[in-house]
Design a binder for this molecule. Structure first.
Ligand SMILES: Cc1cc2nc3c(=O)[nH]c(=O)nc-3n(C[C@H](O)[C@H](O)[C@H](O)COP(=O)(O)OP(=O)(O)OC[C@H]3O[C@@H](n4cnc5c(N)ncnc54)[C@H](O)[C@@H]3O)c2cc1C
Length: 505
């Protein structure tokens, strides 16, 4: 293995994996460093006990909350990062989300670029990740320069009935945009088999367009790209003046080693990217690397999420349930002149998942009955940047997450609205569970980009304002996220930064 590269990318998830894919054809010597290994392909990939009871693929690391209490984050340190288990619902932010948006409990800041500037990268990201969708049915759909690359996943009969009934109430149920390799019109040759172990399971048949399958593996077909697994980057060392990163400190089973690169890209996910920069404090950067603004680690957001299990007397034999979304209340509600958020279906909840949601302990046969009669929803609303919601390190170097949820009023209102719509359809029992800090699936914002070095860690190209050869390209850079799932924006942004980097070669 060489010790010097043109580019070192740290982290192989949505941000890092996409960047490696986009830069691979340049011929530059690229090293992709990933702390985890390939997620094993095994029958347990599709075992609900392994996923919901054992947490088989989750990191064993624990983080600390604001009171120094340990918790187990639902984070996945594997090639492809969190996308290996993601739900593959990839969505554009709405055009208005790129501006300053007033919310019930504050404001969501503008991005340093407009939707129109970002739009071509959404189109490329949708093509790369094989998005299936149907244009024209979403009342909040932003302008798009191309059709979705593939037709939408059709609803199964029970879901079609629910969609039709909601439409009769005046809503606009739409087909969820999905990154799965389904041949809708030729199922016998389709990699995706529309199974009931998709969200949030790894895909045993590699039909989920995750960062490993879609980006890392194709990038490795180029001789100039090398992947180092089971290798954690522990610190970034700078020149004495602090202007440039001189060395990348890695930890392997053989011990500590040092590498170097002309350009270093941190793509460890919002919490770990901030932790790595803070851990790299030195004399030139006493507050943490690239942290003259004191913003590294701050403004952590993770969306307000709830699962809602709605039970009716009608059986729900749906196998692949995650096909429907409702955006009618994205920008406001019947009595709300502020944004609420989005409603989507989630993967069909088996009894093991319901066990984690049940308000009281219930015997397995009851849970199985409820699972056969439930329709399972996921409600996402925006949370707002708060400098006190932040990642810090303890003196021993452990990750501490200080997090107080905000903007919860619209979240509760959206849940109530959904229940009001479902009751006339025969749904009579509702369980909902709001996700806590451990479910930081949509973590963003800890190294936000913006033109002013006083308030932002990164410039508009995701380059550090302080360290000339440092970029951060993952969820960290996003100043806000609307109420849309973040990963399409992370991928599109990585493609955008790749174009910028190519222009500097
Ligand atoms: C269960 C689940 C369901 C989800 N569903 C959806 C969905 O349907 N739609 C959607 O848009 N999003 C979804 N998400 C969120 C999505 O997975 C993330 O938004 C996305 O993966 C974030 O990309 P990233 O590049 O910021 O980080 P990641 O993809 O997490 O990648 C970070 C990588 O860096 C590695 N790393 C960390 N620290 C180091 C270090 N020091 N040295 C070396 N490597 C390091 C990690 O191991 C990891 O591989 C889901 C997430 C989960 C967990």
């Amino acid at each position: 293995m060489a010790s010097h590269y043109d580019i070192i990318i740290i982290g192989s998830g949505a941000g890092g994996g996409t960047l490696a894919y986009a830069l691979a054809p340049t011929g530059k010597q690229i090293l992709l460093i990933e702390r985890g290994d390939y997620l094993p392909r095994e029958k347990a990939n599709w075992d609900p006990d392994a996923i919901f009871t054992e947490g088989r693929y989750q990191t064993q690391e624990s983080w600390l909350d604001a009171h120094l209490q340990p918790f187990s984050p639902e984070a996945y340190y594997v090639v492809g990062g969190n996308t290996k288990l993601y739900g593959a619902a990839l969505q554009r932010m709405r055009a208005a989300d790129f501006g300053d948006v007033h919310h019930a409990e504050g404001r969501s800041p503008a991005w340093p670029l407009t939707y129109e500037e970002f739009e071509p990268y959404y189109t490329r990201a949708e093509s790369l990740f094989k998005i299936h969708g149907q244009r024209g049915e979403d009342p909040t759909e932003p302008p798009m320069s191309a059709e979705y690359p593939f037709p939408a996943f059709p609803h199964e009969p029970r879901i079609q009935t629910v969609a039709d009934q909601l439409a009769e109430q005046g809503l606009h149920p739409l087909h969820l945009t999905l990154a799965l390799d389904l041949h809708v019109t030729d199922p016998s040759h389709s990699p995706c088999i529309r199974c009931d172990t998709c969200d949030p399971y790894p895909c045993l048949v590699n039909a989920k367009c995750d960062a490993q399958v879609t980006c890392v593996d194709p990038a490795l077909a180029f001789d100039n790209v090398t992947l180092l697994t089971k290798t954690e980057v522990t610190r970034l060392l700078t020149s004495a003046t602090g202007d440039r990163i001189d060395q990348v400190e890695i930890q392997t089973h053989q011990g500590t080693e040092y590498l170097s690169a002309d350009t270093v890209v941190v793509s460890c996910g919002a919490i770990n990217s901030a932790a790595l920069l803070l851990r790299s404090a030195n004399e030139a950067h006493p507050n943490g690397l690239a942290n003259s603004s004191d913003q590294v680690g701050r403004n952590l957001m993770k969306h307000n999420h709830s699962a809602l299990i709605a039970i009716s007397p009608t059986p729900n034999p749906t196998v692949f349930q995650k096909t429907l979304a409702i955006h009618d209340y994205y920008f406001g509600g019947p009595n709300q002149d502020y944004p609420l958020g989005q409603i989507q279906l989630t993967g069909k909840a088996k009894w093991q998942r319901l066990q984690k949601m049940a308000p009281t302990e219930l015997p397995q046969p009851w849970l199985e009955y409820l699972s056969h009669h439930s329709v399972d929803w996921w409600i996402t609303t925006e949370d707002l940047p708060d400098p006190n919601n932040r990642v810090t390190l303890t003196p021993e170097g452990r990750i501490q997450v200080h997090f107080t949820p905000n903007n919860l009023k619209p979240h509760q209102e959206l849940i109530q609205l959904l229940e009001q719509h479902l009751k006339p359809l025969g749904f009579y029992l509702f369980w909902h569970k709001t996700m806590d800090t451990a479910v930081a699936w949509h973590q963003i914002g800890t190294c936000r980009m913006g033109p002013d070095p006083a308030n932002n860690v990164l410039d508009v190209h995701c380059r550090s304002h302080d360290v000339e050869n440092l970029y951060v390209v993952d969820a960290s850079c996003l100043p806000s996220m609307g109420a849309m799932n973040p990963t399409l924006s992370i991928i599109a942004n990585a493609l955008r930064v790749a174009d910028h980097l190519k222009s500097t070669f």
